[in-house]
Design a protein around this ligand. Structure first.
Ligand code: HEM
Length: 164
């Protein structure tokens, strides 16, 4: 946990591991999804080797699973910004030097962005800060610089789903 904001989990302490854990939890609760993921891996990778990074572009269902997990369970639930000047955000006046928190968890479940926010494997969108209902890596100039490394969870999860 962050020592500045209680309850805030930042990248230094486990975003990647927590994403893997949440995705596994969802897969356990959705055996039909797990079955389809294993079938895709068997078809694309085969049974003789583990999933590699180069396989990920061809594992579209696995990608959808990870996106949905990042949507429902963003590890960084609050993103902070400090205003460098007076500004108006969403009709509210934000004075200079104000810390504002963006609630990523809430945005991911808000009806303005999501028709069925609680459904696992719903709408699939960009996770790199272009869609404001899905900001697991933040957005803008302070977006997570470890996004590509964080998305290596695909390889970890793919390897874990392999059946012999
Ligand atoms: C699934 C894995 C990860 C998730 C979900 C994640 C999420 C985030 C989020 C939400 C932010 C705040 C972005 C913003 O304020 O707009 C952030 C910042 C950051 N992340 Fe990650 N992260 C992950 C993995 C990583 C990894 C693997 C590294 C480094 C190897 C990393 C390094 C950083 C750093 C240094 C920042 C601060 C950037 C700044 O303030 O300019 N993250 N991350």
């Amino acid at each position: 946990m962050c020592d500045v904001i209680p309850g805030y989990i930042c990248c230094r302490n486990g975003t990647t591991a927590i994403t893997v854990e949440w995705t596994l939890a969802e897969l356990i609760n959705h055996p039909n999804v797990t079955k389809k993921a294993v079938e895709e891996i068997d078809q694309v990778v085969g049974k003789s080797r583990l999933v590699q990074e180069s396989d990920i572009p061809n594992l579209t269902y696995l990608q959808a699973i990870v996106k949905e997990s990042l949507h429902l369970h963003p590890t960084t639930t609050l993103i902070s910004r400090l205003s460098t000047q007076d500004c108006i955000v969403g009709g509210y006046h934000i004075p200079k030097n104000t810390t504002t928190l963006v609630n990523v968890w809430s945005l991911g479940r808000h009806h303005t962005h999501w028709e069925s926010p609680h459904e696992f494997l719903g709408k699939q969108l960009d996770v790199r800060g272009q869609h404001f209902g899905l900001l697991p890596f933040g957005s803008g100039r302070r977006i997570c610089p470890g996004t590509s490394l964080g998305l290596m969870v695909h390889t970890t999860l793919g390897a874990m789903q392999r059946r012999t």
